[in-house]
Design a protein around this ligand. Sequence first.
Ligand code: FAD
Length: 204
Amino acid sequence: MKPSMVIVGAGIVGLAHAVEGLRRGLRVVVVDRDERAVGASIRNFGHVCATAQDGFALDLALAARGTWLELSAEAGFWCAQTGTVVLARAEDELAVLAEFAAKRGDDQVRLLGRGDLDLPLLADDVLGGALLPLDLRVDPRAAVPAIAAWLAARGVEFRWRTAVTAVEPGSCARPAARSTPTPPSSPWVTTSTGSCRRSPTKRA
Ligand SMILES: Cc1cc2nc3c(=O)[nH]c(=O)nc-3n(C[C@H](O)[C@H](O)[C@H](O)COP(=O)(O)OP(=O)(O)OC[C@H]3O[C@@H](n4cnc5c(N)ncnc54)[C@H](O)[C@@H]3O)c2cc1C
């Protein structure tokens, strides 16, 4: 059956699009040039820092936080609800944290005195800090493959070792000289190819 959504890139951004496509009942195909995700989402990543966002981005981050918790339970990967501790080494940094706490309230930002910071290797000049309890932590090397497997089990098709070199409305192309499988065509093509590596050429 012809896909209704083609996603180029199986890093966390591509997988997030695939989760949303699945939720909307789309027939999703994910294309990646490698045999598994090995990009930024495996090498860096892991801190779900929802609280630092603001405005509409905060609404999105809190919605994404819920999705992380759901996926962790369903796909079976570790997701720690530890929050983030932000340290302050100067009075003006403490003042910024106090302003942040006053704006967000105790549910999102809890001020900590130095005596509350029960941390190993705490530097002598740390004055205090804040706990951002809503932030999460995942292990990218476990979470990314687990989400891909969870999607595949629900009918999302993964075409690994398939490089895309051009995207046009409704289709994507492969290099003529290379023996990669042919990427599919679809009404929706989403490129999620990461910021650290070259993106496919986009033709008008
Ligand atoms: C040091 C560091 C720490 C970071 N820490 C965090 C953090 O704690 N929390 C956080 O949220 N973010 C963090 N980030 C940012 C985060 O890592 C990236 O924003 C995120 O991983 C990008 O995901 P992606 O899916 O866009 O890219 P990638 O994970 O790189 O995925 C892109 C995929 O596209 C594929 N691809 C590329 N080109 C093609 C092509 N032509 N055809 C087919 N496939 C292709 C690649 O093979 C790859 O699998 C950090 C970044 C850095 C540098």
